[in-house]
Design a binder for this molecule. Structure first.
Ligand code: 8DG
Ligand code: MG
Length: 271
């Protein structure tokens, strides 16, 4: 029967399915490498790469992608809640030493009460609304000195020039003290007046975030991790953009109330 199909159509549909499967599987594997998006994954596949070993030999990878590849197996391992809790304490101690009063919270799945976490999503601010500026560089430097931060992926400082929302971010790999296993860690520093939206967005989960953004839109706002904004209307009556000013939200509760969403404790946000 298969031979008949090959003879009459010149191809075998089952084989095509297999090829498609292999293509889908490979592209999604490549997409698991930190910093490799779907477009890059497809490009790498079309270049003939089929395994992670193949990728290691590709010259076009960025440094961050190379690190993602090198520590692929490490990064995939989930971090026990207890270890995240210890590392959060360590970050709080080191941070407070540099900047007294600094607020450092682990968000993401940890804040939602999960037993293990894929990574650490750290949200940082300072209650005085000013002294968060310049904190991240010092923090990262100190965390490297004590061998907690091990490899950099992205480091982006905005608070100093004051040109945009002023959110500083660092993405990298860290290790639990005394171990070599790499974990993904994000550090995000928010000005105090944007902190509630930062905390909300990086606590998630992603389903709740989407629901919040749609609800905000339906009520004439634009919501992202940098703040809640009034939407501005374009000519067609469609939401064209957002105001520069942010709506005052000091706490997550303020965001929930402004949007008329019933309050959810972090552990109730596993939608
Ligand atoms: P995990 O690390 O244990 O895997 O879970 P997580 O902490 O919930 O997810 P995450 O990938 O670390 O992302 C942290 C938060 O970022 C997440 O809770 C909600 C938010 N977030 C978005 N957009 C997206 C998205 O497209 N995917 C994911 N996974 N999270 C997103 O705002
Ligand atoms: Mg996470």
């Amino acid at each position: 029967m298969y031979i008949n199909e090959i003879v009459t159509t010149g191809k075998l549909s089952k084989l095509e399915h297999f090829e498609n499967d292999e293509k889908v599987r490979t592209i999604s594997l490549f997409g698991e490498v930190w910093g490799v998006g779907p477009a890059t994954a497809l490009k790498l596949y079309e270049k003939g790469h089929r395994t992670l070993d193949d990728l290691q030999r590709d010259e076009s990878l960025t440094n961050a992608q190379r690190i993602g590849l090198k520590f692929f197996d490490d990064i995939k391992q989930r971090i026990p809640r207890h270890d995240v809790s210890e590392m959060e304490k360590l970050l709080q101690d080191v941070g407070t030493d540099i900047l007294p009063g600094v607020t450092i919270v682990c968000g993401g799945s940890y804040r939602r009460g999960k037993a293990s976490c894929g990574d650490m999503d750290i949200i940082i601010t300072h209650p005085d609304g000013e002294s968060h500026v310049g904190f991240l560089s010092k923090f990262v430097q100190r965390l490297k000195e004590i061998n907690f931060l091990r490899e950099d992926l992205i480091f982006s400082i905005h608070s100093v020039d004051g040109t945009d929302s002023g959110v500083d971010t660092y993405f990298g790999l860290c290790t639990y003290p005394g171990r070599e296993l790499r974990h993904r860690i994000d550090l995000k520093v928010y000005p105090r007046n944007r902190y509630a939206c930062g905390l909300l967005a990086w606590t998630g989960n992603d389903v709740l975030n989407r629901r919040f953004r749609l609800l905000a839109e339906s009520k004439g706002y634009v919501l992202d991790d940098t703040g809640l904004y009034l939407a501005t209307r374009g000519s067609g009556g469609k939401h064209a953009g957002r105001s520069d000013a942010i709506v005052n939200c000091h706490t997550e509760k303020d965001v929930f109330e402004t949007l008329g969403f019933p309050w959810l404790e972090p552990h109730e946000r596993n939608l």
